[in-house]
Design a protein around this ligand. Structure first.
Ligand code: ADP
Ligand code: F6P
Length: 319
C-alpha cells in the first residue's frame, strides 16, 4: 500500500474534517502517500485529485463542513462512469480509496470495489441511518445543534402557552427526532418508524393542558411530513396557538462536538489500519463502544432497527 485517495460524498456532516485529518495523518505516519479528491465522485471522474501533506489538514479538526467539498453525482450510477473513475485512480497510482459519506456513497464504493478498486468507507452523515453502526460521524453534533434550538423555542413557547412543532432532518430515519425529543423533554415524538395519528396527537395535547402543562413541544422527523401543515391542523382541533419551526440546514453545520471529533479520529485511524492489513470493501463503524470493520455488502444489507426502548422511555417520561 503506497498511495491512497480520500473523498467526501453526499450530504456533509460535522466531523468529516476530523475524519479526513485522521486518515491523512495516520497514512503519512505509516509512510503512505495521500491524495485528496475534491467534490466526491464528481471530482473523481473529473480528475480533481491533489497531493495532501500533514499541513493540508492543519487547523481543521474543529471546523464543520468538509475541506474536500462534497457533491451528489448521479452519473456515478452508470458503470461506464465508474470504469472511468478506476482509470483515473490507476493513472494517479492510487492503491485504495477512502470514502466518507452515507449509504448512497457506500453503494458507490461497493460498486467501485467490484471493479477492482480497494475501498473503505467511513460513516459520515447526521442522519444516523446506517444500521451496521451504532453511531455515524456528525449525528452527535446535529443533536446538540437541535437541542440548543429546542431550549430556545421552549422559552418562547412557555411564555405564550403555545404548542411548538419542531421539524428535524433525518430523511426516513427518526433518530434525530428521538434523541432530541428525549433530551429536550418533548411531549410528543413523531418518527417515520413509529408513524402517528393526528387525532391522537391532539388528544395528548389537550390532556396535557388539563394536567396543567403550559406548553407542548412536538418533535417531528422530516420523513413523516411537514411541520407547517401539522401546526395548522393542531391549532384548528385543539384551539391552542401552534407554531412550526423547520430547523433545516443549520443541523448540518457547526463545530463538531468532542464525541464526533473523537469518533472521527478513531474511525479514520481504523480505516488506514484496515487497508494496511490488506482488507478491502470494508466499512468502519462503532458497535457497543468498539470500533469495528465490516464487509460493505453485509453492512448495507442489514435492516435498520429502531430504538424501541428509548421511544418507550420518552413516552413514559412525557406522560
Ligand atoms: P449519502 O452518501 O449521504 O447517502 P447520497 O444518497 O446522495 O448521499 O449519495 C451520494 C452519492 O453516492 C451519489 O450522488 C452518487 O454519486 C453515489 N451513489 C449513490 N447511490 C449510488 C448507486 N446506486 N450507485 C452508484 N453510486 C451511487
Ligand atoms: O442526509 C443528510 C440530510 O441532511 C438529510 O437529513 C436531509 O434530508 C438531506 O440531507 C438534505 O439534503 P440537501 O442538503 O440536498 O438539501
Amino acid at each position: 500500500m503506497k498511495k491512497i485517495a480520500i473523498l467526501t460524498s453526499g450530504g456533509d456532516a460535522p466531523g468529516m474534517n476530523a475524519a479526513i485529518r485522521a486518515v491523512v495523518r495516520t497514512a503519512l505516519y505509516h509512510g503512505i502517500e495521500v491524495m485528496g479528491v475534491q467534490r466526491g465522485y464528481s471530482g473523481l471522474i473529473n480528475g480533481e485529485l491533489f497531493t495532501m501533506d500533514r499541513s493540508s489538514v492543519s487547523d481543521i479538526i474543529h471546523r464543520g463542513g468538509t475541506i474536500l467539498r462534497t457533491a451528489r453525482c448521479k452519473e456515478f450510477k452508470k458503470e461506464e462512469v465508474r470504469i472511468k473513475a478506476t482509470k483515473i485512480l490507476k493513472a494517479y497510482g492510487v492503491d485504495a480509496l477512502v470514502v466518507i459519506g452515507g449509504d448512497g456513497s457506500f453503494t458507490g464504493a461497493k460498486l467501485l470495489s467490484k471493479l477492482g478498486v480497494k475501498t473503505v468507507g467511513l460513516p459520515g452523515t447526521i442522519d444516523n441511518d446506517l444500521s451496521y453502526t451504532d453511531f455515524t460521524i456528525g449525528f452527535d453534533t446535529a443533536l446538540n445543534t437541535v437541542i440548543d434550538a429546542i431550549d430556545k423555542i421552549r422559552d418562547t413557547s412557555t411564555s405564550h402557552e403555545r404548542v411548538s412543532i419542531v421539524e428535524v432532518m433525518g430523511r426516513d430515519c427518526g433518530d434525530i427526532a428521538l434523541y432530541t425529543g428525549i433530551a429536550g423533554g418533548a411531549e410528543y415524538i413523531i418518527t417515520p418508524e413509529k408513524g402517528f395519528s393526528k387525532e391522537e396527537l391532539c388528544k395528548v395535547i389537550l390532556e396535557g393542558k388539563q394536567k396543567g402543562k403550559i406548553h407542548n413541544l412536538v418533535l417531528l422527523a422530516e420523513g413523516v411530513g411537514g411541520a407547517q401543515e401539522l401546526a395548522k391542523y393542531v391549532e384548528e382541533v385543539t384551539g391552542i396557538e401552534t407554531r412550526a419551526t423547520v430547523l433545516g440546514h443549520i443541523q448540518r453545520g457547526g463545530s463538531p462536538t468532542v464525541t464526533d471529533r473523537v469518533l472521527a479520529s478513531k474511525m479514520g485511524a481504523k480505516a488506514v489500519e484496515v487497508l494496511l492489513e490488506g482488507k478491502t470493501s470494508r466499512v468502519i463503524g462503532i458497535k457497543n463502544n468498539e470500533i469495528i470493520d465490516q464487509d460493505i455488502d453485509e453492512a448495507l444489507a442489514i435492516d435498520r432497527t429502531f430504538d424501541e426502548k428509548l421511544y418507550k422511555i420518552a413516552n413514559e417520561i412525557s406522560s
